[in-house]
Design a protein around this ligand. Structure first.
Ligand code: PEP
Ligand code: MN
Length: 337
C-alpha cells in the first residue's frame, strides 16, 4: 500500500503518518519527489485497510499496489531514480558507460584498460576479482589482489569501480574497494546475498538471471530495497531461449518494459547478452535506442589472450567506434554520453 501525501503536506504531517504506520507494526519507506511525498507501507496487507490512514492530516490518497513488488514499482516512486556516485549520475539524462575486462588479470592489463576507457569517455571500470566460472578448473580471478589493482586504477584515472560479489562473506572486503557491487546472473536469486547487500548503502547493479522473468528480477530488487538500500540498478544481460546461435538472447523488450514498471535505472550488457564481439556494437546501439540508461561492456587490450570471455570482448579500437556511435543515438533521444 502507498500513502500519497498532499502537495502542501508539512514535515509534521509526514512524520505523524510514518509514526502511525510504525505503531501499527508495519515498515515505512519514504519517497520524496519534487512534487509529492509518498510513504510505502510494507507488511501483511491483510492486516490494514485504506481507512487506517486516509483520515490522517496531510494524506491525499491511499492506494493498494497490486503488484508483488512495491518499492520497485513506479507507483511508489513516479520519477526516475537517479543514483549519484561521486558526481556520476546513473538513471539521469546521461547514458553511462561501464567498461573493462571480464576479469582483472594483472596490473598492466587493468591499468592500460582503465586509461583508454577514461580517454574514450567511460565513467566506470569493470573487472571481476571473484569470478563465477562454469568450470572449477577455469581462472577464478585474483581475489583481493584484483581489488587492489582496481583501486590503483581508480586512483590514477578517477573511474568508479564495479566488481562482482558472489558471497555474503566477501561483502566487507569488496566494499572497501568498489563503488558499485555487481550481483551476477548466477546469483540473482540468492536471497541471503540480496538481503545482505540491501543492508549496505553501496549502489548495486543487479543482473537478470538467464532464466529469470522480469517480475522475478523486480522481486529480487525488492529484496534489496526492502532492507533500505535504494541504490539499485537493473541489468538485462541476455536470457536462455531455444536459440543457440548466440550465447544468450538479449531481451531488449526488457528495457522499455522495465522503464514502464519501475523507477530504477536500467542497464544492458551486450557482451554477455550476445557472446560475440561482432554483435556487441549493433546491440549497444539498439539498447541505447530502446532507452537504456547505460551499458556494461567487456573491453580488453588483447581479447585473444583474455583469460575469460575473450570472444565477446571488444578491442580498444572497437570500443572507440561503440562510443562514437552511441553518442549519435543518444543525441537523437536528447541524451548525452
Ligand atoms: C560478468 O559480468 O563477467 C559476468 C559473469 O556476468 P553474468 O553474471 O551476467 O554472466
Ligand atoms: Mn564476463
Amino acid at each position: 500500500m502507498i500513502i500519497v501525501m498532499k502537495k502542501d503536506a508539512t514535515e509534521q504531517h509526514i512524520e505523524d503518518v510514518v509514526r502511525t504506520v510504525e505503531v501499527k507494526g508495519f515498515k515505512s519507506h519514504l519517497s520524496k519527489g519534487v512534487e509529492v511525498t509518498i510513504i510505502g507501507v510494507i507488511g501483511d496487507e491483510r492486516k490494514f485497510t485504506e481507512g487506517d490512514f486516509i483520515l490522517l492530516d496531510g494524506v491525499d490518497n491511499v492506494i493498494r499496489i497490486l503488484k508483488p513488488y512495491k518499492l520497485a514499482s513506479r507507483n511508489f516512486h513516479p520519477e526516475n531514480t537517479v543514483i549519484d556516485i561521486e558526481g556520476v549520475k546513473i538513471g539521469g539524462k546521461e547514458v553511462v558507460l561501464i567498461a573493462g575486462p571480464c576479469a582483472v588479470e594483472n596490473e598492466e592489463q587493468i591499468m592500460v584498460s582503465a586509461r583508454r576507457i577514461k580517454q574514450e569517455g567511460g565513467k566506470i571500470l569493470r573487472g571481476g576479482a571473484f569470478k563465477p566460472r562454469t568450470s572449477p578448473y577455469s581462472f577464478q580471478g585474483l581475489g583481493q589482489e584484483g581489488l587492489e589493482l582496481l583501486k590503483k586504477a581508480k586512483e590514477e584515472t578517477g573511474l568508479l569501480i564495479i566488481t562482482e560479489v558472489m558471497d555474503t562473506n566477501e561483502i566487507d572486503l569488496i566494499q572497501k574497494y568498489a563503488d558499485i557491487f555487481q550481483i551476477g546472473a548466477r546469483n540473482f536469486q540468492n536471497y541471503n546475498l540480496l538481503k545482505a547487500i540491501g543492508s549496505t548503502r553501496t549502489p548495486v547493479l543487479l543482473k537478470r538471471g538467464f532464466s529469470g522473468t522480469i517480475k522475478e528480477l523486480l522481486m529480487c530488487a525488492e529484496y534489496i530495497l526492502s532492507e533500505g538500500n535504494v541504490n539499485v540498478i537493473l541489468c538485462e544481460r541476455g536470457i536462455r531461449t531455444f536459440e543457440d546461435s548466440t550465447r544468450f538472447t538479449l531481451d531488449l523488450n526488457a528495457v522499455p518494459l522495465l522503464k514502464k514498471l519501475t523507477h530504477l535505472p536500467v542497464f544492458v550488457d551486450p557482451s554477455h547478452g550476445t557472446g560475440d564481439h561482432e554483435l556487441v556494437i549493433p546491440m549497444s546501439r539498439a539498447a541505447v535506442a530502446a532507452g537504456a540508461d547505460g551499458l556494461i561492456v567487456e573491453v580488453h587490450p588483447n581479447p585473444k589472450e583474455a583469460l575469460s570471455d575473450g570472444y565477446q570482448t571488444l578491442t580498444f579500437e572497437k570500443f572507440h567506434v561503440l562510443m562514437e556511435e552511441i553518442k549519435k543515438i543518444a543525441m537523437v533521444l536528447n541524451r548525452s554520453v
